[in-house]
Write a protein that binds this ligand. Sequence first.
Ligand code: HEC
Length: 202
Amino acid sequence: MRQLKLISGPVAAFAALGLVACGGSTGGTSDAAPASSSAAQQSTSGYDTIVSEDGAISFPADYKTWAHMGSWAVVNEGGEGNGMHNVFTTPDVIEAFKATGKFPDGAVLVKEVLASEGTELTTGSANWATDPQVWFVMVKDTQGRFEGNGLWGNGWGWALFNADAPTVQVASDFNNDCLGCHVPAQDTDWIYTYAYPALKAS
Ligand code: HEC
C-alpha cells in the first residue's frame, strides 16, 4: 500500500500541472502575463502551514499532495541502490519558477529520502523505494526575516526531520548541518535545479 501511495502522489501532481499549463495557454497571452508575474512574487501555500512567527519550521504533513519536482536514485560505490530522493514543492512555485527562473519568496521544497531495494529484472538492475528515512525541507526567504536564527540564512530556512519522529525538527545550524554540501549548487540559489524536469520551461 505504501508503494502505491508514493506513486499516486506525483502522478496526481503532474495531472494537476497539466491542467494549469492548459489554462494558461488557452487564456491568451495578454491575460497570462500578469497572472504569471503576480504568482512569481510570493508563495504562501506551503509557508503559512509550516513556518511559525519566530521562524520555527514544522513538518509539511501534506507534501505528497503537492507537485513532484524530480527524483534522484543514489547508488553506492559497488553500484547497489542506496536510496531514492523525491523532491516536492507546491504547484504555484513551479509556475513561478518557470516564469522567472527563481524560487518565489515563501517557496517550500521538501526532499523525502526513502530507502531502496533492488533486484535483476527484465529492465535491468531495478530498484524500488521502501521506507522513509528523513525529510529535508527548505523555505525561500528573500526578506531576511529571522536574523540570528540558526535555521535561517543564505536566502533560505533549512530544516530536517527524522522518520522515527517526524514532528521534531532536528537541525540546529544550517551552516554546519546543510550548507557545505550545497556549495556546488551555489550559483543556482543553493538548489540542484538542473535535476528537476518540472522546473524546465516547456
Ligand atoms: C551530505 C551532503 C548534504 C547535506 C549534509 C545536506 N544536503 Fe541537501 N542535498 C544534497 C545533494 C547532493 C542534493 C541533491 C542530490 C541528492 O539528493 O542526492 C540535495 C538536495 C536537497 C534538497 C532538494 C533541492 C535541491 O537542492 O536540489 C533539499 C530541500 C535539501 N537538500 C535540503 C537540505 C537541508 C535542509 C539540509 C540540512 C538540514 C541539507 N540539505 C543537508 C546534499 C546534502
